[in-house]
Design a protein around this ligand. Sequence first.
Ligand code: PMP
Length: 418
Amino acid sequence: MSAALFNDIELLPPDALFGIKQRYGQDQRTTKVDLGIGAYRDDKGKPWVLPSVKAAEKLIHGDSSYNHEYLGITGLPTLTSNAAKIIFGTQSNALQEDRVISVQSLSGTGALHISAKFFSKFFPDKLVYLSKPTWANHMAIFENQGLKTATYPYWANETKSLDLDGFLSAIQKAPEGSIFVLHSCAHNPTGLDPTSEEWVQIVDAIASKNHIALFDTAYQGFATGDLDKDAYAVRLGVEKLATVSPVFVCQSFAKNAGMYGERVGCFHLALTKQAQNKTIKPAVTSQLAKIIRSEVSNPPAYGAKIVAKLLETPELTEQWHKDMVTMSSRITKMRHALRDHLVKLGTPGNWDHIVNQCGMFSFTGLTPQMVKRLEETHAVYLVASGRASIAGLNQGNVEYVAKAIDEVVRFYATEAKL
Ligand code: PMP
């Protein structure tokens, strides 16, 4: 009987993040607040189509040569080449020396998937190091390709700061030539980034062990509102590792262009400076094309055309930069509003980390128990780890959320004393 073939297939629990989205959707309480998924919301709590994106779409629709033909296997060249410039910088030595390979991907996840496929094919024995904690999907993306993952210390819970010593010592202890997945800015979930000086130490340590750096760049423009500042770590890594090891970059336009569902991204590989690049570059490009062809045939075109228009039209690029400032500054304002309300309420604990962290998320320090009570008693939804998407806060709900946090913190503080 064919049904028997499936009898032993295990039922998996729903994805934690999308499970929150589902429960939130079904919640009838009018006061509900979604601080789960990392998607920008405006001050009315609504998804925001960036004015620069609207203008780009208008230009595309007005173009008489517009169509829905397939893209090439490696994607839209005006997207990939301009995307490389914004992450590596127009003055990048790697770009000027023609040693960067750029292909289009299904957003950041797709770029990570291409990396994982590439590693499993060419370096199956290398260990992939992920920060502890990291984005929930990282481990699955690499392990699904049969790669072994390990973690490096990142977040020191006691001090709510970077565990730099632990991080550096993990780099030193890792087998030579391991892969280190680094969040280039606005670390998810902690919202905590190394300082410029700390990045120098991290990259130097990586160089000293001939490790391979993979920069996951899902939030460029979200940490500071400035694309160049947010590309600091990637550019430092590409420069410092230029004679040591190749650098992988997985770039997403989901957040900074608000193109979440359109799946726009790029995979870039900066090769080291070496005479053999003339033959290595076409060989590696052909392998990447083979991976893409067998997985998705060719990447999606619509969002790619929009982002390419943003990047190649100076007036739209200017508007896009303003849009990123609009998003990042509203989030910063909400961080301050939440912290200030908690301070005013006298909520036990120190809440300064909420304003010191950057990007979309705050690692609040709330325990899984508190998060559960927040959801059940107050209809405030966040991830069990205590990660809150600050973009879900607005003038209309931030005080309510602060009061809800105050109640759960006091509830468990009192209970702990019993
Ligand atoms: N990396 C990190 C660290 C992320 O937080 C995300 C999105 N949550 C991604 C990659 C990928 O996102 P997407 O595939 O939507 O671009």
